[in-house]
Write a protein that binds this ligand. Structure first.
Ligand code: ZN
Length: 182
């Protein structure tokens, strides 16, 4: 049966050159466990690079199907932002049926946009803000979708990857923490 293998871990700034080489080797040995066509490899497309970027590159290079989970905003929780800013961060994102809020009169709505145009407040006519999903939301998406999880981190360094596999373990998923000495 097809499975989704989630590989996450620490961002670029947490690695020195030695650690980065070891981490990429660790990614290769994980990928070598699986057969092309049986699995999809998933990661978080972290805007600050590191494991997520290396996983995407190596998995794609080896010919695996890749599933990216980029955050819509660089915040842990969800965040109300102008739609213009949202589109700058997520230029190819389709956004049907989303949560909107007026920054002036706080009017809330659950509305469709199909043409990449801002939604106007029905009360005051201002461009409403869209609720952009942060790291937590996308981590939980991976937790729900994934079957087996790996987080690759420098020894003792906390990361969103460690958080993700902790939550996956709570749901009874198979998780592996890989500690890298650097
Ligand atoms: Zn308004």
């Amino acid at each position: 049966m097809g499975q989704i293998i989630v590989i996450v871990g620490s961002q670029d700034s947490k690695w020195n050159d030695t650690g980065a080489v070891k981490a990429i080797n660790a990614i290769h040995s994980i990928l070598d466990r699986y057969k092309l066509g049986n699995v999809a490899i998933a990661s978080g497309e972290c805007p600050f690079g590191g494991i997520d970027k290396w996983v995407q590159r190596e998995a794609t290079w080896k010919g695996f199907m890749f599933m990216g989970y980029p955050p819509e905003s660089k915040s842990w929780g969800d965040k109300w932002i102008p739609y213009e800013e949202f589109l700058k961060n997520n230029p190819f994102k389709v956004t049907p049926l989303r949560h909107w809020k007026c920054p002036i009169c706080q009017e809330k709505a659950y509305l469709n946009t199909t043409n990449n145009k801002a939604v106007k407040c029905p009360k005051c006519g201002m461009d409403m803000y869209i609720r952009a999903r942060g790291y937590k939301y996308r981590n939980m998406e991976m937790v729900i979708h994934g079957d087996e999880f790996f987080s690759i981190d420098p020894k003792g360094v906390w990361s969103g990857g460690r958080w993700t596999i902790k939550e996956a373990k709570k749901l009874g998923k198979i998780v592996h923490q890989i500690e890298i000495e650097q």
